[in-house]
Design a protein. Structure first.
Length: 399
């Protein structure tokens, strides 16, 4: 048996590479000599910059920037050279990710993407000819307004006084946008954004309603944030003539996608499509007898471009079976059967606290993969037994 192991990370717990190592260890517990192809995947969230930079044999740059709650944090981005051009790889999770927001401060009305803008400007200062930005695992919902301020954009109130945006709630105070001091290099630099293509900025399926609660917002805060982002979309359209309300990807990372497109001229792309420019998995899937993938939470959102479903869609072309392991089996997880995942299961073995589950995750991932392979072996033995019974029966009949 040849197994392709193609996981994403477990958010706030393990990176994709750590998950992949645990899965490989589990496969070897089943059979020390099993053939495995290991491809840790990133979806634009945690680990995106390091993974792409490592693949491209580039260099990491470290910088202190403004974190999501306004304090200085250590962050990083990557740079690599290809075809005589320098490409910077930035992940918003490394500067404004949910993991960087203390649990007692999780209120998307009060978190900022200012540090994302600081990283982009630093990359330009270091000679970036083009920039790739991963949107995922965010802890912000300010529509990219904080980032825009780092670019030189000014937001003005009814009295033409500057408004400093510290989070989504401040967008209500803005009456006009001034881009006269916008860093001109942004319009001269190719910027591509890996984002969830189904995330939109506004409406019932906008980021405030869908992701606000995950970032700590109460129902009242969700309504406030939704109205603020609607207002921000109106301002963007008035100033730029760009309608970002329902633009695919505009809601990525709490509306960062909208801000990047409106103020940096960035091209928003489905994250898996962009990532596949750098990480090649199709050949490994085609050659495998089985694909095992993984994600921290498998639910109705997984089918919308997340790694397990995208891996499964490729596997369907080659009739390769796919099994997924997950920390949490969430609402409407069965929808993933339609994307080509044949079976899924949680690694959690007993009722535990979140902290205990995160601590046990590597061990439980190993045991889950071992268990999957043992179950598959049982199925193979049953199939062979039926073949023998059928063959022996034919021989008896002929005799």
């Amino acid at each position: 048996m040849k197994v392709a192991i193609i996981p994403s990370g477990f958010k706030e717990c393990l990176g994709a590479e750590e998950v992949a190592v645990a899965m490989k260890n589990g496969a070897r517990r089943f059979d020390p000599f099993i053939k495995t192809d290991i491809v840790p995947m990133v979806d634009g969230g945690e680990g995106f910059a390091k993974a792409i930079t490592k693949i491209k044999q580039g260099q990491l740059f470290h910088k202190k920037v403004t974190g999501p709650v306004g304090e200085q944090v250590k962050s990083h981005y990557g740079m690599f050279s290809e075809n005589n051009k320098w490409t910077a790889v930035i992940e918003m999770a490394a500067v404004a990710g949910l993991k960087m927001v203390p649990s007692n401060q999780r209120n998307p009305l009060k978190t900022t993407t200012y540090g994302v803008g600081e990283l982009i400007i630093d990359a330009l200062d270091n000679g970036a000819d083009q920039i790739i930005i991963g949107c995922g695992d965010s802890g912000t919902s300010d529509g990219g307004s904080g980032m825009a301020q780092a670019f030189g954009v000014r937001f003005l109130d009814d009295n033409n006084h500057a408004v400093h945006i510290n989070g989504g709630e401040d967008l209500h105070r803005v009456a006009a946008i001034d881009t006269s001091n916008l860093d001109i290099r942004l319009q001269q630099t190719k910027i591509e954004v890996a984002c969830n293509w189904t995330n939109v900025l506004c409406g019932n399926k906008g980021v405030a309603n869908v992701f606000g609660p995950q970032k700590g917002a109460t129902p009242e805060q969700v309504r406030t944030l939704s109205q603020a982002l609607e207002h921000f979309a109106d301002l963007i359209e008035q100033h730029t003539t760009i309608n970002v309300r329902q633009m695919p990807g505009s809601g990525a990372s709490g509306g960062l996608g909208a801000g990047l497109h409106a103020f940096a001229g960035a091209q928003l792309r489905p994250r898996f499509e962009l990532i596949m420019d750098f990480i090649q998995i199709e050949e490994k899937i085609a050659q495998a007898d089985l694909v095992i993938t993984a994600e921290g939470s498998l639910d109705f959102q997984t089918v919308n471009g997340k790694i397990p479903s995208e891996v499964a869609r490729i596997a369907q072309k080659y009739n390769t079976p796919v099994v997924a392991i997950t920390g949490t089996v969430g609402r409407d997880a069965q929808l993933n059967y339609g994307s080509g995942i044949h079976a899924y299961s949680s690694i959690i073995q007993k009722p535990v606290t979140l902290e205990q589950a995160m601590f046990q995750a590597p061990k439980w991932i190993e045991e889950s993969v071992e268990g999957i392979l043992r179950h598959i072996t049982i199925g193979l033995k049953m199939s062979r037994r039926k073949e023998r019974v059928f063959t022996d029966g034919n021989k008896v009949g002929q005799a």
